[in-house]
Design a protein. Structure first.
Length: 167
């Protein structure tokens, strides 16, 4: 028996009201801002193109992905990310003592100055000068956000599941 136009309309309305929520395999488009305790913004897409990624693809650290699970399209929410869920705690072994002579003569060393080295695979390895004397320079190779509690402010723009066709 054919359905009435009212039943068809209710069915369409019900389908339209289904909200896509983020799951472990979702394709997500969102705006985000990463902020320090003092409110200063470390990174943000709110004034740029939104970020688009697939959950679990390594674009976000697991602690950031975990807070997104279950969020629906359209929501804006802020989360506190503790160091253990974010960039980890600083590792004292990541502060290395480097002979000062390994730095170019024309570099004026200052605490907090970022320097770049090449690792064994020739990949860039940035570090921050912690201190120095006449013979040695102590360089911190920890992530700059290690040990920091962060605010992760997100606005979910769209959520798609891998089996959904794109519009």
């Amino acid at each position: 028996m054919p359905t009435s136009s009212r039943e068809m309309s209710e069915e369409v309305t019900a389908k339209d009201s289904i909200v896509n929520r983020i799951s472990a395999q979702s394709i997500v488009e969102l705006h985000f801002a990463l902020k320090l305790d003092d409110g200063s913004v470390v990174d943000s897409t709110f004034e740029k193109q939104p970020a688009k990624f697939t959950m679990g693809d390594g674009s976000l650290l697991p602690g950031f992905e975990q807070v997104l699970i279950g969020l629906p399209e359209g929501v804006r929410q802020a989360f506190l990310i503790k160091p253990e869920q974010g960039f980890g705690m600083p590792n004292p072994n990541n502060v290395q003592k480097v002979k000062r002579e390994q730095f170019a003569q024309d570099i004026e060393l200052t605490e907090g100055f970022m320097v770049s080295f090449a690792d064994a695979n020739k990949a860039e390895l940035p570090g921050i000068i912690k201190s120095f004397d006449e013979q040695w320079v102590w360089v911190d190779f920890n992530h700059p956000l290690a040990g920091k509690t962060l605010t992760f402010d997100v606005q979910i723009i769209s959520v798609r599941q891998p089996d959904q066709m794109s519009d």
